[in-house]
Design a protein around this ligand. Structure first.
Ligand SMILES: [Cu+2]
Length: 338
């Protein structure tokens, strides 16, 4: 039988205490460490036609000292921007002014921080050193907002990263699969060149929704009947059904400034109207969309251009594009038969 060894016993005791301390440290570690949270910016369908203009998720509860990495996931541009409270809204081309350099920055509510317009594959990390509730916006899209609740270390957080990942996936699916409208389906009428049913084209559709974090928006950047077949001398009319996104109907050269119409005059009902005689003609609608809403204490904005019409006197094939969303494949064609 081995002799009793007091030194060895004390060693075992000590290692036991260390083990306990180690486990204790491990248990409290998540509350002490600066956690790194993940969220996504934007989502899109495979065809790029459906764009979720949304922070996914758009509401996070984190601890002071934590940081959040936003990863961009769409071909449509977005920014991650935190303005100071009551700061005048900034143009996305300008930023705060200026854009946060590198891949990371910090925000405590006193100095605005903004990424440049980013697309799929890019990411940006922001640290939040002080407690507060901070509104998150995209400078490109008005109805795309969120909030980051930065809590004191003494308070416990309601959710973990898994919850946010699930919520982001649900919101993404819900936005992109919205089926209230006939989005993104391609109707081909050019086989046999039969005359299209009507001479009207839905130029985009969309939907704005809201939750506790703010606004999330779906836009369908598509001409719903991209190929129209008409007879020479007829007129096609485009209407935008999207509450947020503006689109253009552009034949010929794409203008540098998409706002101003080119070779279009007003019909008596206010719609703009152009004529395309040949594929060499340049006709551009300017920004097409529903009349903007009046806002308290601000001058009533003008009706704007809610309908666009083009008359085609001669047979031929006339492709057109939305100059704002052409990169997402928002294109169409008018085939004029005799
Ligand atoms: Cu467009």
């Amino acid at each position: 039988m081995k002799a009793f060894n007091p030194v060895r016993l004390s060693g075992i005791l000590r290692s036991g205490i260390f083990r306990c301390m180690f486990i204790l440290a491990f248990l409290v570690l998540p509350q002490i460490a600066r956690a790194q949270w993940q969220a996504t910016v934007g989502a899109q369908s495979e065809s790029l036609g459906r764009q979720a203009l949304a922070f996914l998720p758009n509401e996070l509860w984190i601890h002071a000292g934590d940081s959040v990495t936003w990863t961009f996931d769409s071909d449509e541009i977005h920014t991650v921007t935190f303005q100071r409270p009551a700061q005048i809204r900034l143009a996305f081309q300008v930023g705060c002014p200026g854009f946060a350099a590198g891949g990371s920055g910090s925000f405590n509510g006193t100095t605005c921080i903004s990424t440049p317009p980013f697309v799929k594959g890019q990411s940006f990390t922001i640290a939040f050193p002080t407690a507060g509730n901070f509104k998150l916006v995209c400078l490109v899209h008005a109805n795309m907002t969120g909030v980051v609740h930065v809590l004191d270390l003494s308070q416990s957080l309601p959710y973990g990263q898994d919850f946010y990942d699930d919520q982001a996936a649900e919101q993404r699916k819900s936005l992109l699969s919205d089926d209230d409208h006939d989005g993104d389906r391609e109707h081909h009428h050019d086989s046999g060149h039969e005359h299209s049913g009507t001479n009207t084209v839905m130029a985009g559709v969309g939907e704005v929704s809201a939750n506790g974090g703010g606004f999330q928006t779906l836009i369908v950047a598509r001409f719903m009947e991209p190929t129209k077949v008409i007879h020479a001398g007829e007129t096609v009319e485009w209407t935008n059904f999207d509450p947020l996104a503006r689109h253009t109907i552009t034949f010929g050269v794409q203008p540098l400034n998409p706002v101003a119409p080119v070779n279009a005059t007003r019909d008596t009902d206010g719609a703009l109207h152009g004529t395309v005689n040949s594929a060499a003609d340049n006709v551009h609608s300017g920004l097409l969309g529903a009349a903007p809403q009046d806002q308290v204490q601000l001058p009533a904005p003008p009706l704007g251009v809610t309908r666009f019409r083009v008359t085609f006197p001669n047979p031929g094939e006339f492709p057109y594009i939305c100059v704002i969303h052409g990169n997402l494949g928002m294109k169409g064609k008018v085939i004029v038969i005799p």
